[in-house]
Design a protein around this ligand. Sequence first.
Ligand code: NAG
Ligand code: NAG
Ligand code: NAG
Ligand code: NAG
Ligand code: NAG
Ligand code: NAG
Ligand code: NAG
Length: 406
Amino acid sequence: MRFFSAASCTLTIANTVFAAPSKYGLNRTLRFTDNGTFQLAVFNDLHYGEAENLVWGPQQDVNTTRVTNSVLDNEHPQLVVLNGDLITGENTYKHNSTDYINEIVQPLLERDLLWASTYGNHDSDFNLSRHHILKREQTWPNALTRQDVSTSTSGVSNYWLPVYPSSGNPDTPALLLWFFDPRGGNYYQQTSATTGNSVPQPNWVDQTAVDWFTSTRTHLCSQYGRDVPSLAFVHIPVNAMLAFQQSNNDTGVRPHYEPGINDDDPLAQQGYTEGQGDVTSGSTPVSTYNGEDVPFMQALLDTPNLIAVFSGHDHGDDWCFKWDSQLPGMSLKGNGLDLCFGRHSGYGGYGSWVRGSRQILVTEEMVKGGVVETWVRLETGATSGSVVLNGTYGTDYYPAVPDVQE
Ligand SMILES: *[C@@H]1O[C@H](CO)[C@@H](O)[C@H](O)[C@H]1NC(C)=O
Ligand SMILES: *[C@@H]1O[C@H](CO)[C@@H](O)[C@H](O)[C@H]1NC(C)=O
Ligand SMILES: *[C@@H]1O[C@H](CO)[C@@H](O)[C@H](O)[C@H]1NC(C)=O
Ligand SMILES: *[C@@H]1O[C@H](CO)[C@@H](O)[C@H](O)[C@H]1NC(C)=O
Ligand SMILES: *[C@@H]1O[C@H](CO)[C@@H](O)[C@H](O)[C@H]1NC(C)=O
Ligand SMILES: *[C@@H]1O[C@H](CO)[C@@H](O)[C@H](O)[C@H]1NC(C)=O
Ligand SMILES: *[C@@H]1O[C@H](CO)[C@@H](O)[C@H](O)[C@H]1NC(C)=O
């Protein structure tokens, strides 16, 4: 059994104090509500800033803001997660590329909501820097996004947040939230000396971020005297999601047991590089994946009481599955960890599936037992794919999710 596991840590370190800055008049401490609930609204793949010199580009962003407003008129989360690809860096200008952040967070500011971001592969390009996105976000007290690892290869959005109980011991969180940066896209203001092209950045969670994760987890366990239940967010999914999708002769994702759209098949995972081929020599494109995310997946599996991991990136997939076996082609064996996609939230980026936002609802009791309730709130106001990620998820029967395009 993965839950109620005894603390496996032995280190003792001094308590870190998370001061809630009061000068802003906004309490940045995350806390379960008085009725014991905590809800997150996850927006994936907003993709602001496409084709800004054409009429349809800015119109697309107006539409995306409409999605955010519609979702937040129907849901009342304690935290918004912007889970990667906030901006499409390919088309933006260096002099104002992070101005899109102002547009993105406007609906959140209007509602006095706190948010936390992870960055995706489109948040880095020749004219867009994820470091600058972070700086821009941090001009508002509502932003809880941080950079806790600052090596040359770590990426930016690797950090964690505590969620405190509604009552009882105010110093020990009831839930931890982990955020990871899988990087990707192209390096800011760099061109190859030989080709003159942009320079690609690796697209998986870096080893230095994995090392930070495992050591921070151990420190937090000793600080709190137990492995606090947790959830994790990372833009690009791990390879286990592809292995599951492709298992059982490509019918891994079953409409009534892992309800959701499943149109990106095969999906693209961390480490995956699409082959380019060579037109002149007529060579066949060779796509590659070489287990780059194995250390990260191992660290996730080694995290006691980690309940679920939420990703975006593959706009045409929004299912969740319980990773509880050794999947074909994988060296690692799942331990019951739930892995979920969200719904494509933006009008930017490929695909026209009805836009929406994954909602995650927990109570203090639920997280103690490793249970999460989740659904997608669509732009239309309807809900989709509501499931309970509990011990029998994967064997419980649910209505299938209709595959509807806008
Ligand atoms: C913020 O909320 C926390 C938890 O409810 C509370 O302990 C803290 O005193 C509050 N801080 C401020 C500045 O109001
Ligand atoms: C608990 O509180 C939240 C936020 O105040 C609210 O959205 C939710 O509906 C409440 N749930 C119940 C069961 O009362
Ligand atoms: C914006 O949304 C409207 C209404 O759904 C749609 O008809 C239009 O095509 C969208 N425009 C863009 C550029 O996405
Ligand atoms: C980068 O932005 C500058 C203006 O800020 C523009 O002149 C240039 O064309 C852009 N480069 C690319 C590759 O988009
Ligand atoms: C950035 O500047 C260009 C012109 O230089 C303008 O067309 C575009 O709207 C600006 N983008 C933002 C987000 O302000
Ligand atoms: C796998 O699916 C293909 C195509 O639907 C089918 O031809 C083949 O027989 C299946 N193989 C197995 C082992 O079920
Ligand atoms: C898990 O949740 C489903 C849906 O609510 C429910 O039918 C099932 O009995 C639950 N399983 C457990 C072990 O509680």
